[in-house]
Design a binder for this molecule. Structure first.
Ligand SMILES: NC(=O)c1ccc[n+]([C@@H]2O[C@H](COP(=O)([O-])OP(=O)(O)OC[C@H]3O[C@@H](n4cnc5c(N)ncnc54)[C@H](OP(=O)(O)O)[C@@H]3O)[C@@H](O)[C@H]2O)c1
Length: 268
């Protein structure tokens, strides 16, 4: 499979790194474009792939054309690439908020895959939700799936409406988790733990808890009950969290992100 990468920033680099690490394709099959010469040099040196300053040149090469530019750059890039895609080519967009209808109209192309990854893709531990237009055939779907699974886990959905929901949960999600991690580290420091120790304690606690839920396949509330002794310290802490609206704050945050994702999509 030949891959053209339009926009070689953080996510573009993650995609190249992932597909090469997982053996999805060979380095000679990848063409990456970027306006920034430093990004081109970095990708060329690090991965020994072909790079170009011309999006049109990159586009010509790929079976799959990956769009990984910022949302505000997308209209310009679509105007540049409009009508140039062959019927056998597939577009795989990770651009936040860009609907398949917008991409299809802007590029004058029907075979579109829209995906929403998250930042953990940078280490192959990402969570991606994706969908495709009906013009994407079975082989093209497999190509898209193999690229997205090289970034971590990937879930296919048959309705595009789930992409805005995924944006609010898994794409913005790492920011919520980072804030929780930061708060718990600060809390440890607040009660007297040295910062480096608090950092270590919190990271392993979050990681271990996630792995435990995953491994046991249990409901989180069940595991929470198991560590909450009657009249104990955890019960006291959980009451304080409920009193200060922790659960409602998380729900409100996700609703706010979801509304924003929908609004940004409609603006386009
Ligand atoms: N980062 C995430 O966690 C994440 C998660 C989900 C989805 N996404 C989506 O992924 C996309 C890329 O995000 P990112 O974090 O990788 O952004 P980024 O690091 O800014 O990468 C975008 C790259 O595109 C380059 N570029 C700008 N104008 C261009 C043009 N006309 N033609 C070709 N390349 C051009 C930029 O160069 P300059 O720096 O010189 O402008 C930059 O190197 C975004 O649409 C974002 O919504 C990101």
């Amino acid at each position: 499979m030949k891959i053209s990468l339009i926009g070689s920033g953080v996510m573009g680099e993650a995609i190249v790194e992932g597909v090469l690490a997982k053996g999805v394709t060979e380095r000679r099959q990848i063409w990456a474009s970027d306006l920034d010469s430093q990004r081109r040099t970095l990708l060329k040196t690090k991965f020994e792939i072909k790079t170009t300053a011309s999006n049109r040149e990159a586009l010509k090469q790929g079976d799959v054309v990956v769009l990984a530019v910022k949302p505000q750059t997308l209209p310009k890039v679509m105007a540049e690439l409009e009508g140039l895609l062959g019927t056998e080519q597939t577009v795989l967009s990770i651009v936040a908020g860009a609907s398949m209808a917008t991409l299809s109209r802007g590029l004058k192309h029907r075979a579109i895959v829209r995906a929403m990854p998250n930042t953990a893709a940078r280490i192959g531990e990402g969570m991606t939700v994706w969908t495709a237009t009906k013009e994407v055939n079975a082989v093209q779907r497999e190509w898209a799936k193999s690229i997205l699974e090289a970034l971590g886990q990937a879930v296919y959905v048959d309705d595009e409406k789930y992409l805005d929901m995924a944006t609010a949960v898994s794409a913005s999600g790492p920011a919520y988790v980072f804030l929780f991690i930061e708060s718990l580290i600060d809390a440890g420091v607040h009660i007297g733990l040295p910062r480096d120790i608090s950092y270590k304690l919190v990271l392993q606690t979050v990681l271990g808890s996630t792995l435990l839920v995953q491994k046991l396949g249990a409901h989180p509330a069940e595991l929470r009950n198991m560590v909450t002794s009657p009249g104990g310290t955890t019960a006291e802490a959980l009451l304080a969290l409920e009193e200060t609206g922790f659960r409602a704050s998380v729900v409100q945050a996700v609703i706010a992100a979801f509304e924003k994702a929908k609004a940004l999509g409609e603006e386009k």
